[in-house]
Design a protein around this ligand. Structure first.
Ligand code: ADP
Length: 770
């Protein structure tokens, strides 16, 4: 009963709620009033009845007294019949004598079926003697009718009164409560929806409470309006800030483009100038121009990078790359700087560690370059050692790259600060090192984007250890042909180096290829080992000699070794940091001798071992990036599409002494025409040119190639824009590589080599980062 009632009330508006409640109340009142009225009427009517009955019975008994005393039955019966006829309420009547015997009786025809009646027994007395009893069955039907009638009337009036009261109540509730409430409610809804209500006052008769509520809603309305205004202002400010931030990024990208283009002229021309005949003074001036130009370029790159990260605009790419070669690239890049100061730069890449990963190789290289670059920059003597290790976790590798230096160190209180932008240990006024103070801030944020981290421990004056932790998914690409081409497993190698770390790194790598390794820390020890081997009739198949050792240099040692009967023909590999350490005649003196330049890349080591074991002519095995100006074997036809006159001159001059025929197209349209006419081996393509830009021209050339079934000509973009999106656009239209402006001679030559070789090898696919 309660539950359905509750749902009924809850689902209705307040008016219906009141109607339902009042109907229920009316019902209760009716039931209560009906009950009370009935009881009251019954009592009243019964009293009247019994009075009437008493009167009638005593009258009858008085009239028939004589006949009762003498028991005159015929007279009595006649009298009784007469009484029944005269008083319709008497249903039956009988008279008992003194002994209780019925002496006369009479009954109404309906006496048997009657439902409502009472029995009256009245003794018939005369002068104190009882002569018998008169028993009367008295009908109460009529009384009941009267009672019901009365009760009905009472209920009808009550109901009417309740309905009238309810209607009045409803009206009052509607006027006094509902109406003001509806007005307040409408006002409130409008305020919430952000609109203001025009007429905001309540009717005059509204109660004080509603007036107060209305005032409160007014206050609320005002504060909502204020809030909306504030929000709109904020939104406008945010939009403006976004526009400003976009403008800032675009401005920086444009500025970087604008600055790079003239810088191209400055650095390029200075590099060309350096190769002409100069007086020592002039040479110094040109060097200064090149150095300052490069420094400026680093700053521009740093600022561009940093502002991009700050603007949340930096996108990471995801591609398979070889981590070992990335770290080796960094080492190769920084080795000359370290060598200048006689600082040892060593790398250990755990030979058991997977090499191929999925990630943003460019950004990872940038981070490692920054940290290792700092280590080299802040170390004036001793060493910088890079150690790459990792632990496999399912499909992912937790990589750790630690960079240990013996440099100036960082005071404990400044350790945290160096990771913030523009923070440097020595203040601006006392600066003795170059730099923007952005490198570590950029690295930290890049690592955050890659869910990695960087931390440092350092002791002032002794050195620092920077640790980069990063988790990368391993790639299923198998490290192809990484074993030396010649079968090397089981061969016995002797490593002679005074530095334990160098021996360890090289030894570890050789062991991973299956060689047996013996280590010697000096020339003397090496000779001893060779003697022992002879005695034990063990062979030595390969000798690695460090060129710079305190007691005896590599050349001397090699000659002494050649004097030993068991080592007269063993291939020797001399490792040096001087280029070239051994002249051709010295190599010939030793015989079967190869030399490699530190730091030695694993691939390079593989090649030189193959050459040494394969009995190839003695010579230099050097990494190309360190080769100065390697000459191209065959004359190549180079098409350069570039509208800027300075850049045309710079590139032409840079390639003056190379085996290259250059044709120049001043825009994309010309480039396409010249491509058809000259069939170049390589194309350098500027991005922004009049008439037809580099992207369109490339698309056109690629289309022509596929139509005419022509071989794929490598197209290298010349970009002044360092934004990632531009590189992606280049790749999309089918370019193969990028050279960013300002163009550096070394980079230009390397790229030409790389793509010329690729073409010669007829390997159509783009090279992976390797
Ligand atoms: P920058 O090298 O351009 O000044 P970084 O953000 O790369 O800026 O480095 C911030 C500062 O941290 C450096 O200026 C230097 O004071 C300190 N620092 C970084 N690496 C080393 C290190 N290996 N040894 C000593 N100090 C370092």
């Amino acid at each position: 009963m309660i539950a359905p009632l509750r749902t009924l009330l809850q689902s209705k508006g307040i008016l219906s709620q009141i109607v339902v409640s009042m109907s229920l109340a009316a019902l209760l009142v009716v039931v209560a009033v009906g009950g009370v009225a009935r009881r009251y009427e019954v009592e009243r009517v019964s009293e009247q009845l019994s009075e009437q009955a008493n009167l009638t019975v005593s009258l009858l008994s008085g009239l028939m007294l004589e006949a009762i005393i003498v028991e005159d039955v015929p007279v009595l019966e006649t009298g009784l019949v007469e009484a029944i006829t005269r008083y319709p309420k008497i249903l039956s009547i009988h008279i008992e004598n003194g002994e209780g015997e019925v002496i006369a009786e009479a009954a109404n025809s309906s006496a048997d079926e009657a439902e409502g009646y009472v029995m009256y027994r009245r003794p018939v007395e005369f002068e104190g003697f009882v002569f018998g009893t008169m028993v009367v069955q008295w009908s109460t039907e009529e009384g009941r009718e009267i009672v019901l009638d009365k009760v009905r009337q009472t209920i009808t009036w009550t109901v009417l009164a309740v309905i009238a009261m309810s209607l009045l109540m409803l009206y009052l509730v509607y006027r006094l409560a509902l109406n003001p409430l509806q007005i307040v409610h409408a006002r409130m809804s409008n305020a919430v929806a952000g609109a203001k209500t025009a007429h905001s006052s309540l009717p005059w008769y509204s109660s004080r409470e509603f007036q107060a509520l209305n005032v409160s809603v007014g206050v609320l309305e005002d504060s909502f309006a204020e809030r909306d205004e504030r929000e709109q202002a904020l939104e406008r400010a945010r939009e403006q800030a976004e526009i400003a931030s976009r403008a800032k990024s675009e401005f920086l990208a444009n500025m970087s483009h604008e600055i790079r283009t003239p810088m191209n002229g400055v650095i390029g021309m200075a590099e060309v100038l350096r190769e002409t005949k100069l007086t020592p003074d002039q040479e110094m001036y040109t060097d200064t121009i090149v150095k300052s130009g490069n420094a400026l370029l680093t700053i521009i790159n740093d600022i561009l990078n940093f502002s991009k990260i700050e603007a949340g605009k930096l996108e990471l790419t995801q591609a398979t790359f070889n981590l070992r070669t990335v770290v080796e690239d960094v080492v190769m890049l920084l080795a000359p700087k370290a060598a200048e100061k006689w600082v040892q730069l060593t790398l250990r890449y755990d030979p058991d560690l997977v090499e191929f990963y999925d990630g943003d190789a460019g950004r990872i290289r940038q981070i490692i370059t920054n940290v290792v670059g700092n280590a080299v920059k802040f170390t004036s003597q001793g060493s910088v050692h890079i150690d790459v290790t990792g632990t496999l976790r399912g499909e992912e590798m937790d990589l750790r790259i630690s960079v240990v230096d013996t440099g100036i160190g960082i005071p404990a209180e400044k350790l945290d600060r160096i990771f913030h932008a523009f923070e440097q240990v020595d203040g601006a006024a006392t600066r003795s090192f170059e730099g923007t103070g952005l490198g570590l801030a950029i690295s930290t944020r890049l690592l955050q984007l890659m869910k990695g981290r960087i931390h440092v421990t350092s002791s002032e004056g002794k050195g620092s250890v920077f640790t980069i932790d990063i988790t990368l998914p391993t790639s299923d690409r198998a490290p192809v042909a990484f074993l030396p081409e010649q079968p090397v497993a089981g061969l016995h190698a002797l490593i002679v180096d005074d530095l334990e770390l160098n021996r360890r790194i090289l030894g570890e790598r050789l062991r991973s290829w299956g060689l047996r390794v013996t280590e010697a820390a000096s020339a003397m020890e090496a000779m001893l080992h060779l003697d022992e081997m002879r005695d034990a009739t063990d062979t030595c198949d390969l000798l690695f000699l460090d060129f710079n050792m305190p007691d005896c240099d590599g050349y001397e040692l090699a000659l002494r070794i050649r004097g030993l009967p068991n080592a007269a023909r063993v291939p020797i590999i001399v490792i040096s940091s001087v280029d070239p350490a051994l002249s051709q005649s010295m190599l010939a003196d030793i015989g079967s001798c190869h030399q490699v330049l530190k730091p030695v890349r694993a691939d390079q080591l593989r090649v030189v071992i193959s050459q040494a074991l394969g009995g190839e002519a003695s010579g230099n095995s050097r990494d190309r990036s360190d080769a100065g100006s390697p000459k191209l074997g065959k004359r190549i036809k180079l098409l350069m599409a570039e509208d800027n006159r300075t850049n045309q001159v710079v590139v032409t001059r840079m390639l003056k002494n190379e085996n290259v025929d250059i044709t120049i197209a001043a825009n994309g349209q010309e480039a396409v025409e010249m491509y058809l006419r000259d069939e170049p081996d390589l194309i350098l393509m500027d991005m922004m040119m009049p008439v037809m830009d580099g992207l369109e021209a490339t698309e056109e050339i690629r289309r022509l190639e596929s139509e005419g079934d022509q071989p794929h000509v490598p197209i290298i973009a010349l970009t002044a824009n360092a934004l990632q999106s531009h590189e992606e656009a280049c790749l999309e239209v089918g370019m193969d590589d990028f050279l960013s402006k300002p163009i550096r001679k070394q980079a230009l030559l390397e790229t030409l080599h790389k793509w010329y070789d690729v073409r010669a090898d007829a390997a159509p696919a783009r090279q992976v980062e390797a």
